[in-house]
Write a protein that binds this ligand. Sequence first.
Ligand code: GSH
Length: 199
Amino acid sequence: MYTLIGNPKNRAFRVLWMLEELEADYEVIPAAVRSEELLAVNPTGKSPVLKVGDDAIIDSAAIIQFLADRHGRFTFPAGTIERAKQDSLTFFAADDLDGILWHAAKHSFVLPEELRSSEVRRACEHDLARSVAALEQRLGDGEYAMGDTFTVPDILIGHCASWAINAKFDWPEGKLTDYVKRLWARPAYQRAHEIRKAS
Ligand SMILES: N[C@@H](CCC(=O)N[C@@H](CS)C(=O)NCC(=O)O)C(=O)O
């Protein structure tokens, strides 16, 4: 039994999606960011955290990769070239999609008002357009980022795509949108989405 701590409306959604893909046994504690529940297991109070017995794993990408490894699904084995390429896409999603969206979000509603800069949004739009163009090039002709196999980075990219669109960043029609729509059509995504809506 896993315990997911974090609100499914934030990055905890990624973990929820993976748990649904795995049809794992889990419970969700929808703790607010910087709440006592989160501060007890993560010094920054950030969401999400996964409890596995007495251990707490911090960071959405680390958690979903751990779950993939542990269940032997949605990942290539460590030490293979495919895994290196998969991890490269995972870090790309974390740095070049999530990092930019998070930077924009911080200057829109996260930071104290006196620390926000209105210029940041334009810079983030510039950077995200570059990342999106790169992602389009990196996607091959398969169904998913790693070809015909659904893997960890698909979850990160699928989540970042909905984040970008909700935050009104440009997201091109065509190959990239078709790919993202395939991710969102997965039954596990749909189940996680219903849980998020109800939370
Ligand atoms: N790299 C971390 C980022 C975690 C993160 O920033 N989570 C946000 C919610 S989506 C948060 O807790 N923000 C509160 C804060 O920045 O204090 C991850 O992917 O888990």
